[in-house]
Write a protein that binds this ligand. Structure first.
Ligand code: ADP
Length: 351
C-alpha cells in the first residue's frame, strides 16, 4: 500500500520518514517557509496527525516501500527533497537507500560508510580521530571490552566481556534469541571509561563553514539504571547490561575543549571529501568518550542528523552563538536548502 494524501501544490517539499527526529525536521522546514511531507507508517498516523506543520503525508505499511516506483512518483509530484535520519538507516538497507531517485539531502553514498564497521574505522582513522582498540578475536580479550552488532542498532544487543568465557556467554544468549547467527556477527572493541559524549555538527558546502551545533549524552537502558542498584544486589542478580537508547540529556562542554572539537569536525569533513565524494554535507555526529584528562576517544560517527538534536528545537547553547534566531538542526537543514537554491547551487547539497 502506498497512498498520497496531499493538500495543494508548491515549490520544494521537505520530506522525511515518520520516526526518529521527523517532527524536528518538518517543524524546522515549516519555520523556513517550506511545504512539508511525512512518509508515515499507517500504525503511526494517529500520532503524526496531531501536528499542523505537516502538510502532506504518504501513508505506507512499511518504510522500505519508499523505494517503490509509486512512492517515488508521489515524491516527484510533490517536488520533494528527502532528509535521511537514523530510522531510515535502521529500517532500510544500503541498497534500498542508494536506489532512491528522489533528491536526497546530503551524501547518500556515505551511509554505506556509516553502516559498515570496516569502512567506518577507515574514515575515523584517516581523520586522525583516536579510536578504541579493535580486538580481532575472542582469544585476545584481556581487558574490559564492549561487544557490538554491525550497523546502527541504537546500542541494542551490545554487551560487556572481559575474557573469552564472558564473550561466549554473551554471544550464546544473542544466538538463542536469534539476534545474530553466529559469533562472526559480533565486533569486539576495547571499553573506554569516561563520559560518553555526542558532538553534533553541521557542515555547509555552500558557505564552506563547519558549525558546532550542540552536544548531548544518551540515556541508555539498562546500563544507566545500574547505578540505582546497590553493589550487593547487582552481584546477586548477575545482570548483563544493554545499551538501548531511551532518550537524550543535554550537555555543555568545558570551553577549553571546544578548540579540539572543531579540529576533529574539520578533519572529519576534509577526510570525507576525498574518501566519499562529494563529502560530508549537512549534519553529522562524532560520538565518543572523554576520559579524566579530557582526551576524546571516538567510537562511532553518524553521517546524518542524530536524535540527540531533538533536545534543541529552540536552538542550543552553541547554535545560539552562531545564529540570531532559534536554530534547530532540522531548521538548519531547511535553511541550507533555501540558500543553496537561491544561489543556484542546489545540486551541491543533494545526491
Ligand atoms: P549505535 O551506533 O548502535 O547507536 P553506539 O556505537 O553509539 O551504538 O554505542 C551505544 C552505546 O554503547 C554508547 O552510547 C556508549 O554508551 C556505549 N559504547 C559504545 N562504544 C563504547 C566504547 N568503546 N567504550 C565505552 N562505551 C561504549
Amino acid at each position: 500500500m502506498c497512498i498520497l494524501v496531499k493538500k495543494t501544490e508548491k515549490k520544494y517539499s521537505i520530506a522525511t520518514l515518520g520516526s526518529h527526529c521527523s517532527l524536528q525536521i518538518l517543524k524546522g522546514a515549516k519555520d523556513e517557509g517550506f511545504r512539508t511531507l511525512l512518509i508515515c507508517e499507517k500504525r503511526r498516523l494517529g500520532l503524526y496527525k496531531r501536528f499542523n506543520f505537516i502538510d502532506d503525508m504518504i501513508v505506507v505499511d512499511k518504510f522500505n516501500e519508499i523505494s517503490n516506483e509509486t512512492c517515488q512518483q508521489h515524491l516527484r509530484e510533490t517536488n520533494s527533497i528527502i532528509i535521511p535520519h537514523g530510522s531510515m538507516i535502521a529500517y532500510m538497507s544500503r541498497e534500498e537507500i542508494e536506489k532512491i531517485t528522489t533528491p536526497f539531502f546530503g551524501n547518500k553514498w556515505i551511509i554505506r560508510w556509516e553502516a559498515d564497521r570496516k569502512l567506518k574505522q577507515k574514515l575515523m582513522q584517516d581523520a586522525l580521530l583516536d579510536t578504541p582498540r579493535y580486538i580481532g578475536s575472542k582469544e585476545n580479550i584481556e581487558r574490559l571490552c564492549i561487544v557490538k552488532l554491525h550497523g546502527a542498532a541504537g546500542g541494542r544487543g551490545y554487551f560487556l566481556a572481559w575474557n573469552k568465557e564472558s564473550f561466549e556467554e554473551g554471544a550464546k544468549t544473542l544466538i538463542e534469541r536469534e539476534v545474530i547467527k553466529n559469533e562472526d556477527d559480533l565486533y569486539i572493541q576495547e571499553y573506554v571509561n569516561g563520559v560518553p559524549t555526542y558532538l553534533q555538527f553541521f557542515y555547509s558546502p555552500v558557505t564552506n563553514v563547519l558549525e558546532f551545533m550542540g552536544v548531548d549524552r544518551r540515556y541508555e537502558s539498562d546500563i544507566d539504571g545500574l547505578g540505582r542498584i546497590p553493589a550487593k544486589q547487582q552481584l546477586a542478580i548477575e545482570m548483563q547490561p544493554t545499551y538501548n537508547v531511551i532518550g537524550n540529556i543535554p550537555l555543555v562542554l568545558r570551553e577549553s575543549l571546544l578548540e579540539e572539537v572543531y579540529a576533529m569536525g574539520e578533519r572529519f569533513v576534509k577526510t570525507a571529501r576525498y574518501l566519499v565524494p562529494p563529502g560530508m554535507t549537512g549534519p553529522f555526529c562524532i560520538e565518543g568518550v572523554y576520559d579524566k584528562e579530557g582526551k576524546f576517544t571516538t567510537f562511532e560517527f553518524s553521517a546524518r542528523i542524530v536524535a540527540g538534536t531533538n533536545l534543541y528545537l529552540d536552538g542550543s547553547p552553541y547554535s545560539g552563538l552562531i545564529f540570531d534566531k532559534p536554530m534547530s538542526m532540522g531548521r538548519r537543514i531547511a535553511h541550507e536548502i533555501k540558500i543553496a537554491s537561491k544561489q543556484g547551487r542546489i545540486n551541491d547539497i543533494l545526491t
